[in-house]
Design a protein around this ligand. Structure first.
Ligand SMILES: [Zn+2]
Length: 252
């Protein structure tokens, strides 16, 4: 006769055991997963060069890596650490007095005096993070490209200025330029040890070594500076590279 069947007397106990086993499996799974993640992180920390790891300190002797730009930008938050990186990299500098004028505000700025190919003109005050980015780019990108392309060093970097109390493109209604906080540099060209001049204006379109050198140092700048603008960007940049550490990330 079909009808009522009493519940199995052991069923609640089986459910409790099954529940406990499921919970234990979850805990073991979580511990295993985090253990594997920790091991992978530890292995990465040891095996991957530090220029690719954002948690490792920045050094001017490091080649450019995946984390270089983020680490260079971060030095703006710690003036003392920024200066330490410059000093440890052999860059000599003096402090620049803070100044404020209207919407223009210079603070945390330095003037580099030695330890890299001199900027011409020498009077180029820059925020510490911008100075650090320029030194890093000079050492790890510009000089490498000069030796590879011409077999000699760059002995001077010509520029149109770092600090200028103005808005973008000199227009009254434009956003404030990074130059207004000395957080930018307009690079016009390079001089080699044998006197050769490489000009952004004259040689950007060159199919030979000068053009190749300029495009390589522009591409390298994109991995160091937050904003890199070249003649590829617009006509206003036909004769210089605008390099800054404050704008939105842009490489053109
Ligand atoms: Zn500029």
């Amino acid at each position: 006769m079909a009808g009522y069947r009493a519940p199995h007397p052991q069923r609640p106990q089986i459910r409790r055991i099954a529940h406990r086993q499921t919970q234990t499996a979850r805990v073991v799974g979580l511990v295993l997963m985090w253990g594997i993640i920790a091991l992978v992180a530890l292995a990465a920390d040891r095996a991957i060069p530090r220029e690719h790891l954002p948690w490792k300190p920045l050094a001017l002797v490091d080649p450019i890596g995946a984390a270089t730009r983020i680490k260079a930008a971060r030095t703006g938050e710690d003036p003392a650490a920024c200066r330490d990186v410059l000093k440890q990299g052999g860059v000599e500098f003096v402090e620049v007095a803070a100044r404020t004028s209207g919407f223009c505000d210079v603070h945390d700025a330095v003037l580099m005096e030695a330890g890299m190919a001199p900027l011409s003109p020498r009077d180029a005050p820059m925020t510490c993070k911008q100075a650090l980015a320029v030194s890093l780019w000079e050492r790890q990108v510009v000089q490498q490209a000069a030796f590879d392309t011409f077999g000699q060093a760059v002995v001077s970097i010509d520029h149109y200025g770092s600090y200028a109390c103005r808005r973008m493109y000199g227009q009254d209604d434009a956003p404030v330029s990074q130059h207004a906080t000395a957080n930018a540099l307009d690079v016009a060209g390079f001089r080699l040890a044998d006197g050769t001049v490489i000009s952004v204006q004259k040689d950007w379109a060159d199919a030979g070594p000068k053009g190749r050198f300029l495009r390589r140092v522009r591409d390298g700048a994109c991995k160091v500076f937050l904003t890199t603008l070249s003649p590829d960007y617009n006509a206003a940049h036909h004769d210089h590279f605008h390099l800054d550490m404050g704008g939105r990330a842009k490489c053109a």
